[in-house]
Design a protein around this ligand. Structure first.
Ligand SMILES: Nc1ncnc2c1ncn2[C@@H]1O[C@H](COP(=O)(O)OP(=O)(O)OP(=O)(O)O)[C@@H](O)[C@H]1O
Ligand SMILES: C[C@H](N)[C@H](N)CCCCCC(=O)O
Ligand SMILES: [Mg+2]
Length: 223
């Protein structure tokens, strides 16, 4: 892939930095946490007092180094601890609504809001990672996307460059935008080595069909 890293495009945000940025993906395992770490590092390099928030995490315990929260902590230079970054941790690797049910720990959105408010009082910008894709439930009726819409958080979408990504990306964009959310832009991430011709065509096609800004390519194993 001969496209250069365009993470620097994020710098355009710095003049008009949102208080919160919600990072979503076209599905689970598409590299939201991976990309989030790169964004955090870029913001820190630019002197932004940035915090992270992963309100709902499923699939890891607090003591697992591979958990999203511990991964994110490893990129941060601030003084955040696990419990500042996370409100609900479920060990079951399933949808939050189910994990919460199985582990008898119902999700109370006001607790999520409370922690975010603390972060907003202390930091210039909070990058929030969702769980899975855009429309993931945290209870039998509540969706994380509705929480984002209610709070008017600007959104960044991560797409994993693989077969199926065109459909997943366009459906995600349609849903994000049609519920009135501001889509700042999207990244094309590479969770594996892929055929360059196909990968480039996916990017070209999506650039043409997504009106939000293309924020850049994240290569496989990009540091
Ligand atoms: N650009 C990349 N290069 C190498 N590995 C990557 C890249 N992006 C993601 N990965 C790997 O792919 C896996 C899934 O990525 P990640 O955990 O960031 O996904 P996610 O979208 O945050 O998933 P979840 O929905 O569980 O939060 C991880 O093992 C991660 O290290
Ligand atoms: C366990 C996984 N890695 C994520 N934390 C949760 C993904 C939820 C996906 C729900 C769904 O869309 O079916
Ligand atoms: Mg993640």
């Amino acid at each position: 892939m001969n496209r250069t890293n365009q993470l620097k495009k994020l710098n355009q945000l710095l003049n008009n930095l949102p208080k919160n940025i919600f990072l979503t993906g076209v599905s689970t395992d598409v590299g939201k946490t991976y990309v989030m770490k790169l964004i955090i590092k870029e913001f820190q390099k630019n002197g932004i007092n940035v915090a992270a928030y992963k309100p709902i995490s499923s699939g890891h315990s607090e003591f697992d180094n591979k958990s999203d929260v511990n991964q994110i902590l490893s990129a941060l230079t601030n003084t955040q601890h696990y419990k500042d970054i996370n409100t609900y941790t479920f060990t079951m690797p399933v949808s939050p609504h189910l994990a919460s049910q199985i582990e008898s720990n119902p999700i109370d959105v006001s607790k999520i809001d409370e922690k975010l408010e603390n972060l907003n009082n202390k930091y210039e910008c909070v990058i929030i990672e969702g769980a899975g894709g855009w429309k993931v439930p945290y209870s039998s009726e509540g969706f994380i996307s509705d929480w984002v819409t209610k709070n008017k958080f600007p959104v960044i979408l991560v797409v994993d460059n693989k077969l199926g990504c065109i459909n997943h990306a366009l459906l995600s964009v349609e849903s994000i935008v049609s519920s009135g959310n501001c889509l700042i832009g999207w990244f094309m991430n590479h969770t594996s080595e892929v055929d360059e011709i196909i990968a480039d065509e996916n990017i070209k096609f999506l650039e043409k069909h997504i009106s939000a800004k293309f924020l850049g390519v994240i290569k496989f194993n990009q540091e």
